[in-house]
Design a protein around this ligand. Structure first.
Ligand SMILES: CSCCC(=O)C(=O)COP(=O)(O)O
Ligand SMILES: [Mg+2]
Length: 221
């Protein structure tokens, strides 16, 4: 398995779901009032992409998207913009699992595919909490490429994985996709990728009837 190209999900696969739901999302939600009134051109440009009938109640609309964990491409870009401040000011560090850090550092071909924007992904892997000190680790040099719902489409659609393979210039049989989400594995399998179901502490219970091979520890990969 070590020669395979790896395509890794983030939330529930390389870091705990709680980091996204209890740290990143609340950090963003707390900044929404100042975000919508910031007048920053880049932010304004994104806000205008939300539906016309939501323009009068943008704050409530954005907070509802976050609460319902809607994978909206505009929301994901706004989140990346806000999280940048948190990472750069040292308020946020990403608790990537120790065995995921080792897997990524091992020097194989590693790609990331997350609903979080490419900008948010680069921030996360550039600001990883060192499990052995209070320093931060930068894993970006070990990652070949990043894919998100803007670059490649929804993670639950096979076509998205076909686009990713084309961008990587790889055959499906050479790529191993690891995710905690069986719907994502369904789509990746339909596109012909190899798959593993990540089972980590804090993940939602898995449905027992799909039969995906499970991985609980990445040290054997
Ligand atoms: C780039 S970290 C933020 C992750 C995020 O916003 C999210 O919605 C989680 O999606 P994933 O596809 O990584 O499960
Ligand atoms: Mg996930």
């Amino acid at each position: 398995m070590s020669s395979r190209v790896l395509l890794l999900d983030i939330e529930g696969t390389v870091c705990p779901i709680a980091f996204v739901k209890e740290v990143l999302f609340p950090f963003f939600s707390g900044k929404v009032p100042s975000l919508v009134s910031s007048g920053e051109p880049a932010v304004e440009e994104l806000l205008t992409q939300f539906p016309q009938d939501k323009q009068q109640c943008l704050q409530e609309y954005i907070l509802e998207l976050v609460d319902r964990d809607i994978k909206d491409p505009v929301l994901k870009q706004l989140q990346g913009h806000v999280w940048a401040q948190g990472y750069e000011q040292g308020e946020i560090k990403a608790p990537v699992y120790r065995d995921a850090i080792e897997l990524i550092r091992r020097g194989g071909e590693v790609y990331i595919y997350s609903s979080g924007s490419v900008k948010a992904q680069k921030l996360l892997f550039g600001h990883v909490a060192d499990p052995d000190s209070d320093r931060r680790l930068d894993l970006q040099p070990f990652i070949r490429g990043y894919f998100d719902i803007n670059t490649s489409g929804k993670k639950t659609e096979a076509e998205s994985y076909r686009r990713i393979l084309k961008d990587m210039g790889r055959e499906a049989r050479d790529v191993l996709f690891i995710s905690d989400n069986e719907l994502e594995l369904d789509a990746a399998s339909e596109a012909g990728l190899n798959t593993l179901l990540a089972v980590r502490p804090g993940n939602a219970p898995i449905s027992s009837n799909k039969g995906y091979e499970i991985v609980k520890d990445y040290s054997a990969l």
